[in-house]
Design a protein. Structure first.
Lengths: 175, 314
């Protein structure tokens, strides 16, 4: 039976995260720390402790914005940004889902936008996100202004060879 | 004696000729600067000012753009947040399309640039992944073309001296801070862009077109772009921090190269802290007085025209 730590390390496929000596440079540089449940270096400790449920169910992994400041400054080259990606993917695949529901719903709306047209049509993507999240009224005041300034193109060119894009989604589904 | 003088004269002529030849060759290369162009989804929608000004600047500086054939979205943060293989395969599809033209691919959007660089990095270092990606895309990944951002192309291929020599409308009175954000620079071993804690290319470029660039400590801080829609409150905080920093540095505007930073900083900061924000290509357009330079300012959400009028630039 693989431990949680081994599983995460295998998926990161790089520097093992136990190289972290908790200097907290990642936590100090992380712009999302004030909003997170656990600090980035704490997450590493929790993985070492085998606290699978707590980690995958935490808001921390969904509040990481992938600015990659942590990996840039880590003296031991622990790829924390990649670790967060791995943890998010594990949360989705294990059925735990996302603690920050709307973050995942946004990603789903975005990806289904690519699947539909090969390229993102921003208004359509926003409509999809709003339907998925039920968050219908945020940002609606911005829409008329953007529309008048020509920033919301309701129809935009699509990728012609849509089949090839759909094939990518199909073939990477069980990765 | 006379013979020696003659020889010397010949040598000098040779030297002059050699120098002229090098100069011509460099000019020729500059004239022939041709790149594949990957606009990405943003540049056709919320970031259309970037696309328009990028094309105008490229024409003026002699960079020939050839759009990547039938490109598709790079997947942005949504792909790598949820599915690693997908996040490599989507940019790989475009890189493979660009490889057919065998020219460097210029990617103005910082987010697309980062995804392209990341995909290229992983494909080169992980053979198993390469196989999976090639299978998903249905074509071989050759590599061999560089992924470049226009800041790098203009700074290193055209040069800021050439840029400065073309200025007809120096941006006096404009005091920008240059905002690089995350995606051009990090992680450094993947992006290989420039000094990742204190980048300078954009600063020097803006100074060369006459702007009074201010120094500040938030050049590479994150604006929270990827959570702008789903966690707006956090992002407003982050944008406010950046805007306060810019104001403290004495800036009257912000210049960027990322359509996500642009959209975010244009819309999200609190009303009392907002500053006009520009794409760097818009400011180059204005300084070189290129056709359509003044049009793009009209579609900003936070109108920069009052500032530009105040400093007599439009």
């Amino acid at each position: 039976m693989q431990t949680f730590l081994e599983e995460v390390n295998e998926k990161i496929n790089g520097v093992p995260i136990q190289r972290c000596y908790h200097c907290r440079k990642c936590t100090a540089g992380c712009p999302a720390t004030p909003y997170m449940e656990y600090n980035p270096n704490r997450v590493i400790k929790m993985i070492q402790n085998g606290q699978r449920e707590e980690v995958l169910n935490s808001s921390t992994i969904w509040l990481c914005m992938s600015c990659e400041t942590c990996i840039t400054r880590c003296p031991n080259e622990v790829d924390i940004a990649r670790m967060m990606d791995v943890l998010r993917q594990m949360a989705i695949e294990s059925g735990i889902g996302a603690r920050e529901k709307n973050v995942l719903k946004f990603h789903e709306a975005f990806l289904s936008g690519i699947k539909m047209g090969g390229r993102i049509n921003e208004p359509m993507m926003m409509v999809q996100y709003k339907l998925k999240s039920g968050d219908l009224f945020s940002d609606v005041t911005l829409a008329p202004g953007m529309f008048l300034k020509g920033k919301l193109a309701l129809i935009s060119p699509r990728t012609k060879d849509l089949k090839s894009v759909k094939a990518i989604f199909e073939k990477t589904r069980h990765s | 004696m006379q013979m020696d003088g003659f020889k010397k004269k010949l040598q000098m002529q040779d030297e002059a000729q050699r120098r002229r030849w090098i100069f011509y060759k460099a000019e020729l290369r500059r004239l022939e600067l041709k790149v594949s162009y990957y606009p990405g989804c943003s540049l056709h929608a919320t970031g259309k000012e970037y696309d328009q000004s990028m094309k105008a600047v490229s024409r003026a500086l002699g960079i020939e753009l050839k759009e990547v054939d039938d490109w598709s979205c790079c997947g942005a943060s949504s792909a790598h947040n949820t599915n690693f293989d997908l996040s490599v395969a989507l940019p790989a599809r475009n890189l493979i399309a660009a490889q057919k033209d065998a020219m460097d691919v210029m990617v103005p959007c910082a987010a697309c640039f980062n995804r392209f660089k990341t995909a290229d990095h992983y494909i080169k270092t992980d053979k198993e992944l390469k196989k999976r990606v090639e299978n998903a895309v249905g074509a071989k990944y050759q590599g061999g073309i560089s992924i470049r951002n226009p800041i790098d192309v203009i700074y290193n291929e055209i040069g800021i001296d050439t840029l400065a020599s073309k200025v007809v409308n120096p941006l006096a009175g404009l005091k920008p801070v240059s905002y690089y954000g995350c995606l051009l620079l990090r992680p450094p071993e993947v992006c290989q862009f420039e000094d990742y804690e204190n980048p300078f290319m954009l600063d020097k470029m803006m100074a060369s077109i006459g702007a009074d660039v201010k120094n500040w400590s938030y050049k590479t801080d994150c604006c929270g772009g990827s959570l702008a829609i789903s966690k707006t409150k956090i992002v407003v905080d982050m944008c406010d921090k950046l805007m306060s920093g810019a104001r403290e540095a004495g800036a009257n505007c912000v210049v960027t190269a990322c359509p996500l930073c642009m959209a975010n900083l244009d819309m999200r900061p609190s009303r009392n802290l907002k500053l006009p924000i520009f794409y760097f290509t818009e400011l180059i357009s204005l300084a070189l007085n290129l056709p359509g330079a003044k049009e793009t300012f009209k579609s900003h959400i936070f109108d920069p025209q009052p500032l530009l009028r105040r400093v007599n630039l439009i």
